[in-house]
Design a binder for this molecule. Structure first.
Ligand SMILES: Cc1ncc(COP(=O)(O)O)c(C=O)c1O
Length: 380
């Protein structure tokens, strides 16, 4: 039988990538998706009318976002909280912890600075246990030496922003055992890596890179074990056990994960988040991960063809969407890429190239062309 070919969900998803050609900087910022933009417009209209039912409808986006995130996390929506950023979510986790927390000193500052500040405020109750693993790879072996009875938790980026290394969460879970907390920053992987998040006690992330939802879309999941160990110190007015506004009495924190919230979420951010995550759910994370892997392979092949050293992992199990190039002259290559309209991040001697599942052949071709014309910056 002949006829119109059936458009798969992943094809429909990749067709929504309408950013400028040449965009290969998804690890820094994800151009906002048409679905998130449409949600923003619709919610802004609701908030502009002054009608109580419209304001209430926009207010329901917080619940919608938590429900959508819960599906991807395979969690209960009550365990998911919304935050202005993933750093705010990490603040919630660290502020209420007592004991030693293992972290790599090379982590993104959302981990290092937030943990250090929480420890300073804790006056000895919370102590960072810094490790310095080779190539910033927080492997179970690298973390094992830091464990002793004082350690109550390990915090790790699932995918390291600098090296591109994807940590083996089940191995870290096994190392920690059932009693210590595994706290995961999933900023560089959530929605594009098919992961069993249930191995972690706390997962934090945000929507402004790989989810394409824009800023203000931080979130966290706190399991029952996390809620037993982490006091809801920064718990605010919407995070109490009271039904409705807790006035004239000091209600205690909510019994659920909602205890780690502060105030009502930004409806516009929550609406963008709900729309973007729903699109990922409908498409399927395994399908998105496979499409991303193909584009990462294409970037690696292009780099190899032009002799650009690659220092990020090549093994699909150890990577997500970040390819790190180490040319002889990173600033020179970065400028050549920019000149050719290719967007990437140049930092600390490397050029970070990050495609997404919807990165087009045109964009990959622009990278090819730019590298072909930049031999002087590639070889020593
Ligand atoms: C691993 C990681 N965590 C956290 C952040 C910052 O997140 P936020 O701006 O939501 O605090 C980034 C930003 O690049 C990141 O790469």
């Amino acid at each position: 039988m002949t006829g119109t070919p059936v458009r798969s969900a992943i094809d429909a998803y990749t067709e929504t990538f309408v950013e400028d050609p040449g965009y290969l900087d998804w690890a820094a910022f994800g151009p906002v998706s048409p679905a998130a933009r449409a949600a923003l417009d619709a919610d802004a209209a609701l908030l502009a009318s002054g009608r109580p039912e419209d304001i209430a409808a926009a207010g329901r986006q917080g619940t919608a976002a938590r429900q959508e995130l819960a599906v991807l996390l395979d969690a209960d929506a009550d365990e998911v909280t919304l935050h202005p950023s993933s750093t705010h979510a990490l603040q919630q986790a660290f502020a209420g912890l007592d004991g030693a927390v293992v972290a790599s000193s090379a982590e993104f500052p959302s981990v290092t600075i937030t943990l250090a500040r929480a420890a300073e405020a804790a006056a000895g109750r919370l102590v960072p246990r810094w490790i310095a693993p080779a190539d910033s790879r927080v492997t179970a072996d690298a973390a094992a030496d830091a464990l002793d009875p004082a350690v109550v938790a390990l915090v790790v980026s699932h995918v390291d922003f600098r090296s591109g290394y994807r940590a083996d969460l089940p191995a870290l879970r096994e190392l920690l055992g059932p009693d210590r907390l595994l706290i995961v920053d999933a900023v560089q992987s959530f929605g594009v890596v098919d992961e069993d998040w249930s191995v972690a006690d706390v997962v934090v992330g945000h929507g402004y890179k790989w989810l394409r939802a824009g800023r203000g879309t931080g979130f966290a999941r706190f399991t029952a074990q996390a809620r037993e160990r982490i006091r809801p110190v920064l718990s605010g007015r919407i995070a109490t056990s009271a039904a409705g506004l807790p006035v004239d009495a000091l209600a205690g924190p909510a019994a659920s994960g909602q205890a780690y919230a502060v105030s009502a979420p930004d409806q516009l951010a929550a609406g963008r988040s709900a729309a973007a995550v729903a699109e990922v759910r409908r498409t399927g994370v395994p399908e998105i991960a496979a499409a991303l892997a193909r584009n990462v392979d294409a970037v690696l092949e292009t780099a190899d063809r032009h002799g650009v050293p690659v220092v990020s992992p090549r093994d699909p199990a150890e990577r997500a969407g970040i390819v790190v190039l180490a040319p002889a002259d990173p600033a020179g290559l970065g400028a050549a890429l920019a000149e050719a309209g290719v967007r990437a991040t140049v930092r600390a001697g490397h050029v970070r190239v990050a495609p997404h599942a919807g990165t087009t052949a045109e964009t990959l071709g622009m990278l090819e062309g730019a590298l072909a014309g930049a031999a002087e910056f590639i070889a020593p």
